[in-house]
Design a protein around this ligand. Sequence first.
Ligand code: SF4
Ligand code: SF4
Length: 125
Amino acid sequence: MFEMAKELLRQLFKKPATNEFPAKHAPKSVLKLLEKVSKGKARLNPPIPVPEKFRGKIDYDRNKCIGCKLCIKVCPAAAVVFQEKERKIKYICSRCTFCAQCVDVCPVNALTLSNEFLIADYKRD
Ligand code: SF4
Ligand code: SF4
């Protein structure tokens, strides 16, 4: 019983292990509502810095891409598809495993790992 009470007290004053949702990423509707209900006094959390070498959503620079298809060859998840008409690629984030093989193989650095971690969406592609 004493051990349990000790643990309870310890947890009560311990810093939370999780971070609050950063304001930068909150939907505009939520931010507007927050400001309205708090009359501009809402505490908006600043964005949390991601760790060094974080593997977020892939950024694709269409202008740099030469359509060599190397990224398609190395992608283990079929997350890159070729668009014949434009001779450019399409990145499908919902399939991506963030292995970064496409980033490493691209000869013109058209693909980079970003810091973007909020990738939930209504559409799979
Ligand atoms: S990071 Fe890996 S899984 Fe994602 S698109 Fe590139 S090669 Fe495919
Ligand atoms: S490897 Fe780079 S240049 Fe080649 S198709 Fe993929 S993104 Fe384009």
